[in-house]
Write a protein that binds this ligand. Structure first.
Ligand code: CA2
Length: 149
């Protein structure tokens, strides 16, 4: 049986849909979870979807994903730009890792252009709002198949 894909979300993403829809879209995180879970189901895959405002909790979940996930989708939000702890944890995950950002980091403030997560990620999707999460599921599905063939 294929292990679930972990989808981890960082600080303040729990407030999605309440402000700045032009940057982040108008869906709530619960809407995104529902869409991602339904899409994964069409591919025969399961999703574990979580959000935390706490760096250490995200690190714990990344460590959990090492043995319990088939792949990892991560939007570490502001921690992407600051957290060597999250980078170190991601470097221990020997599974496909897709970094997702709702907004296009390269059209925003210069401090958002660097992400520590990118150093450990298999690939990066940004600027496509909620669609980025769905494409990340597709990417992991393909990467897992390539690996298991
Ligand atoms: O574009 C993304 O997905 C980000 O990861 C979102 C982070 C930001 O720090 C990154 O640079 C890019 C911020 C998430 C804040 O979420 C909000 C939710 C509701 C209202 C305003 C912000």
């Amino acid at each position: 049986m294929t292990l679930p894909i972990y989808v981890l979300n960082g600080p303040t993403l729990n407030l999605l849909g309440t402000r700045e829809p032009e940057i982040y879209g108008s869906m709530t995180l619960a809407d995104i979870e529902q869409a991602v879970t339904a899409h994964a189901k069409t591919l025969g895959l399961k999703i574990v979807f979580r959000q935390s405002n706490h760096e250490g909790e995200l690190v714990d979940w990344i460590q959990e994903a090492r043995t319990k996930a088939s792949g990892l989708i991560i939007n570490a939000a502001a921690y992407s730009h600051t957290s060597v702890a999250i980078l170190d944890a991601l470097r221990t995950v020997e599974k496909p890792i897709i970094e997702v950002h709702l907004s296009n980091l390269f059209r925003r403030e210069p401090y958002r252009r660097h992400s520590y997560v990118t150093d450990a990620a298999t690939g990066l999707i940004c600027g496509l709002k909620d669609t980025g999460y769905l494409l990340a599921v597709d990417a992991i599905a393909r990467l897992i198949k390539v690996k298991t063939k």
